[in-house]
Design a protein around this ligand. Structure first.
Ligand SMILES: Cc1cc2nc3c(=O)[nH]c(=O)nc-3n(C[C@H](O)[C@H](O)[C@H](O)COP(=O)(O)OP(=O)(O)OC[C@H]3O[C@@H](n4cnc5c(N)ncnc54)[C@H](O)[C@@H]3O)c2cc1C
Length: 388
């Protein structure tokens, strides 16, 4: 068993670190205050070739695995970019996986190079206001009319829809009552985000202001049949393929955010003098920080194992879910401890840790909640009855 990063992985960590070092905590603090997509960061990552890290080499990607992509996302997040930086590029890095696996040669040629170069931004439209985590009940309807589909419906929480030109859209092509199995009848499209047919309303939210999330009202969106990925009715199975690696990337991002918080907390504990001694000289301050370090080490091992399994083509649903669950909680705990270590200053924006804490809620909630992960593990690993 070899836990060391190989030479390429170490080089990736260093080189990504250099690219993101240009965007310091003050940059992200300003993005958090003002909002607005971090275009210069996105461009820097694209120009350095990082967006295509896990994309096929024949379309301009680096053809590497989820292990390398996760390492990159942890490095981005740990730089202080947190979820704002990671979410700005998340869709480019892995969102088009269903196209890689199920798209035709013509679709890959058309769609992959621009997303790898960063010329296209895409959003992912799954969640709906009335169905929540019960994806099989999605209602947005795509009705076939000749060589196109006409789509009507509503989506919610769709990130980057303010700036995206494309949308990866999951919609129902057969009414639920008419499908042979509940997993059938949903189709996956990758198409233009036509703002004359989709109205996009930003949701004011707790953190990650730089990367917008939105309600989408879709009214008569025309989607050419050529923009459907794979077979009609099989969309749910196509997105399932991408769920495990997506969970691994989120796990890595949460771990990175925890590391950023821990770094700041340790720095503050070493410098802040109260009762004539650095606060970090007290065990009551040291021990929570040391515990958070242990958490984050365990978190890294979990997500790296899940990534390794995925890259080996082995089943990894339990491990990817466990990584997403544990890393999100470990990241959150580290951010909470960082705020508490700073005392009153933990609540001040200029010390950055309150921003991290707000962002740390996100990997706990999305793309799947902790409860649903535990339901999955209880059922699939422990053999208990399905509870939902
Ligand atoms: C900032 C942000 C960005 C997002 N970006 C995107 C995006 O780009 N694209 C996209 O499609 N979605 C996106 N989402 C949506 C996200 O994936 C969902 O919010 C998440 O999956 C939870 O779904 P829900 O909000 O509908 O919760 P609900 O399904 O309403 O659930 C609410 C709560 O009830 C719990 N619950 C429900 N049923 C059960 C049960 N049977 N047993 C136990 N607990 C249960 C859930 O675990 C959860 O805690 C984003 C969300 C956020 C907050």
């Amino acid at each position: 068993m070899d836990f060391a990063l190989n030479a390429d992985q170490q080089a990736i960590r260093e080189a990504v670190g250099q690219t993101v070092a240009r965007f310091d905590d003050d940059y992200w603090l300003e993005r958090d205050r003002e909002g607005g997509f971090p275009e210069d960061f996105y461009r820097a990552m694209a120009d350095a070739g990082w967006l295509g890290i896990a994309m096929p080499a024949e379309y301009g990607g680096a053809g590497l695995g989820i292990q390398e992509a996760a390492l990159m996302m942890e490095t981005v997040s740990a730089s202080g970019a947190g979820l704002s930086g990671a979410s700005a590029i998340h869709m480019n890095v892995f969102g088009l996986h269903p196209v890689v696996v199920h798209g035709s040669a013509a679709q890959k040629e058309r769609w992959l190079p621009p997303i790898i170069r960063g010329d296209h931004k895409a959003c992912f439209g799954v969640t709906e206001p009335n169905t929540g985590l019960n994806t099989l009940k999605l209602r947005t309807l795509a009705r076939r009319q000749g060589d196109r589909y006409v789509v009507n419906g509503q989506k919610i929480w769709i990130s980057t829809a303010q700036v995206a030109s494309k949308i990866l859209l999951l919609a129902r092509t057969t009414p639920l009552e008419e499908v042979s199995e509940p997993t059938r009848g949903l189709s996956l499209f990758y198409t233009d985000l036509d703002r004359s047919r989709i109205s996009v309303r930003e949701i004011e939210k707790m953190g990650r202001k730089a990367v917008d999330s939105n309600e989408l009202f879709i009214d008569g969106l025309e989607v050419p049949v050529a923009d459907r990925i794979g077979e009609e009715g099989m969309g749910f199975s196509y997105i399932l393929h991408g769920l495990n690696p997506e969970r691994v990337l989120l796990a890595a991002e949460a771990t990175g955010l925890g590391r950023a918080a821990l770094r700041r907390a340790v720095g503050y504990a070493a410098e802040r003098v109260v009762f004539d001694r650095p606060i970090g000289k007290n065990q009551g301050v040291q021990h929570p920080l040391a515990e958070r370090w242990v958490d984050l080490e365990a978190a890294e091992l979990l997500y790296r194992r899940a990534a390794w399994l995925y890259d080996q083509g082995k089943p990894c649903a339990a491990e990817a879910n466990a990584a997403k669950f544990f890393c999100a909680e470990a990241g959150f705990r580290a951010c909470e401890t960082a705020v508490l270590t700073h005392g009153g200053m933990g609540y001040a924006k200029e010390y950055h840790v309150e921003r991290y804490l707000r962002e740390a809620m996100l990997p706990r909630i999305a793309p799947v909640s902790p409860q649903l992960i535990l339901c999955h593990i209880a059922e699939k690993v422990l053999g208990l009855p399905k509870s939902y």
